[in-house]
Design a protein around this ligand. Structure first.
Ligand code: SAM
Length: 284
């Protein structure tokens, strides 16, 4: 049996561990350069330092590190420490297989099959990667794109700091523009851009029903306000996709979703993608 180490004991490492087939390969350890994780266990498997990992002489090391420079640096450290086995990265795997995109394609099939009426929306568009796929899947539906297009806002970041949800900074994700996002949309005629700080940017919106909404604003306040705005407006059978629900980096996103779900008595389905997405199906 292949002896495997998952290097990166954070969110991506845990997601990869959940996805693995454990009967044909054995995860003998996690590795991590963060000293506060070393010595801990995940599902009874120890988290080791890089040198301890190399000493185990695993057949295969999976680098579960999403940041590309950090991933490259660990790969070089492993080689310098004498590791000669196989190395794979979650980034390379993500380029081939993407669970989040696979899921939205299935949701689109369900929406079309059940003829769920309504428009589409995304809060938190950034450079439009996910939005472009949604737009491709629904060429005939109006698609509202909500973002500051200037990154995180002072008001939301202040609350993140006070509640110690994340280390978000004003202007993070600011390297985008409305014109660049529109240019990558396959059906730009369906796009309605709502630029500005949400929920202010929802003022003056036409009263719509929604079949599919993606909330990907990372932070507590916009995620909570997004649910407050969109959940009551969802068509029965429509889907709310809640990015970062299980995120370790943006803990406020999951807390906002949990708070709203508890208030409303609704439940979600957690997806085993690298970002920890949750999905709510609107009932009748
Ligand atoms: C992680 S990015 C979205 C990624 C995108 N969905 C994708 O597929 O690549 C988060 C986005 O949320 C936006 N955002 C966060 N809080 C917001 C708010 N209160 N109003 C509008 N946009 C907000 C940020 O500007 C940022 O572009």
């Amino acid at each position: 049996m292949n002896r495997i180490v998952i290097f990166g004991a954070g969110q991506a490492g845990k997601a990869l561990y959940r996805m693995m087939h454990h009967q044909s390969q054995q995860v003998i350890a996690f590795g991590d350069n963060h000293m506060d994780l070393q010595g801990k266990e995940i599902d009874g498997i120890p988290v080791l330092s890089l040198l301890q990992v190399v000493a185990l002489r695993p057949d295969h090391i999976y680098l579960a590190i999403v940041n590309r420079e950090a991933c490259q640096a660990v790969s070089e450290q492993l080689e310098r420490a004498g590791y000669q086995g196989k190395i794979s990265t979650v980034n390379a795997m993500r380029e081939q297989l993407n669970l989040r995109l696979a899921t939205v394609r299935l949701l689109a099939e369900e929406i079309q099959r059940r003829k769920v009426p309504g428009a589409l929306a995304e809060l938190g568009v950034y450079q439009g990667e996910f939005a472009a796929e949604v737009n491709r899947l629904f060429p005939d539906r109006t698609f509202y794109l909500f973002d500051t297009f200037e990154g995180f806002d002072q008001r939301d970041v202040k609350q993140e700091e006070e509640a110690q949800h994340s280390k978000a900074a004003v202007g993070d994700f600011g390297d985008t523009s409305v014109s660049a996002v529109l240019a990558r949309m396959p059906h730009p005629e369906q796009i309605v851009v709502r630029q500005g700080h949400f929920p202010d940017s929802a003022q003056g919106m036409p009263e719509e029903r929604y079949a599919l909404v993606s909330l990907d604003a990372d932070l507590y306040l916009p995620m909570y306000e997004g649910l407050r705005y969109f959940y009551p407006r969802m068509s029965p059978g429509g889907y709310l996709i809640l990015h970062d629900y299980n995120s370790k980096q943006y803990k406020g996103a999951g807390e906002a979703v949990q708070a709203y779900c508890e208030e409303q008595g609704i439940y979600l389905f957690p997806l085993c993608d690298l970002h920890g997405t949750g999905i709510i199906v609107k009932g009748k």
